[in-house]
Design a binder for this molecule. Sequence first.
Ligand SMILES: [Zn+2]
Length: 461
Amino acid sequence: MEINLKDIDLFIEENKDNILRDIGRLVAVPSIEGEPEEGAPFGKEPKKALELGLEIAEELGLGTRNCENYIGYAELPGEDKEKYIATVTHLDVVPVGEGWTKSPFEMWEKDGYIIGRGVMDDKGPSVVCLYALKYLKEKNVPLRYSVRALLGANEETGMGDVQYYLKNYPAPAFAFSPDSDFPVCNGEKGIYQGMIYSKCAPERIVSIEGGMAFNVIPDKATAVLKCEGKLPEETESVKISAKDGLITLNATGKAGHASMPEGKINAIGVLVNYILDNNLCSEAEAEYLSVLKALHSCPYGTGIGVDADDKKFSPLTIVGGIIGIKDGKFFQSLDSRYPTNTSGAQITATINEKFGEHCVCETVAEMEPFYIEPDSPEIQTCINTYNEITGEKAELYTMGGGTYARDFPNAVSFGPEHPERPMSEWVGAVHCVDEGASVEFLLEALKIYIATLIRLQEVEF
Ligand SMILES: [Zn+2]
């Protein structure tokens, strides 16, 4: 079908106020995961947000189905009774934290931005997808494949929503998920979590602590050690205090996400190097810390020999997010994002082979990499439509994060964020304080999604 971009523009102009109103209605539900209850597998609030999302879809004239409060969808029926195309977004949000300019659950507008928890991740994109279906319905676009807008309720904390859906409902022939960056992400690295335990017990090190999550590079780490005599010298990044034969070391670094370690400084690495350089631990402790030194020496795994590069993805990354002492042993967590030419099992095996004398490495969790060949017609439809509407010459990308796309047999992430178009500095990023979205870019995304959904009707699935 011929696409009338002017007509789409007109539709967006007419619906703009209602789109913003409906995003605001969803932002008002604090849909952070809660205690599971009967009929509310992810707690009360995600269920409420899902019900409201489906209510909005019905107001737009769309048929809906609530899939037992795990997930739901709006749908426009197509000729093909089996194959359908889907958009996948989510209505749950992450906790808000302190420091918001106004209430995070009352959306407000300023200088072309909307602000509120979820406006970008992923309530704004959810409403945009519902309005894309509204366009198809209003304009009587002939549909060969049904189009479903899936609304999840548990993306941020485990993706139990799509896992439930794919277990109980037939999978779409193709899905795109507006829950990441434009243009199109056709691959996600494998995600590995592991643990390196010491063989030795603590002797001079009384405590060592740093980090809170596997996937966050910590900017603070602390150790308390037995130390008689002369104190070592402080450095810019390690401060010292002494009391009763004990010294406390406070190391600082630069925090960041484990999948993007470039330019970050792991405070645990700073602390470990300082302890070794100043001979502040026993011999056995030093042998274990030397393994961690090798780990922290390079976020690409070169120091411990697990580096890998398959030329499809960027090279493997590995960071140690949490350090501590438990049950009389030291432990150090591992988070690796790995390409297709290695595996979690291989990472664990390599560490045990090289350092098995001083430590034991164990796999905690693993998700294999996912990669869809870039030349499939559905992926070409997404990227070409994006480039046509934005006038860009953007190319597909791959990343180290994990999105909904990897759970589906044939799916990609497709916008709507634009890291290459900087926002005003007072506007917060997703998961941050004062989370914001550019109204102009969100509406441009709607145009891209409408045109893409129409063109996907011509693809042979
Ligand atoms: Zn999201």
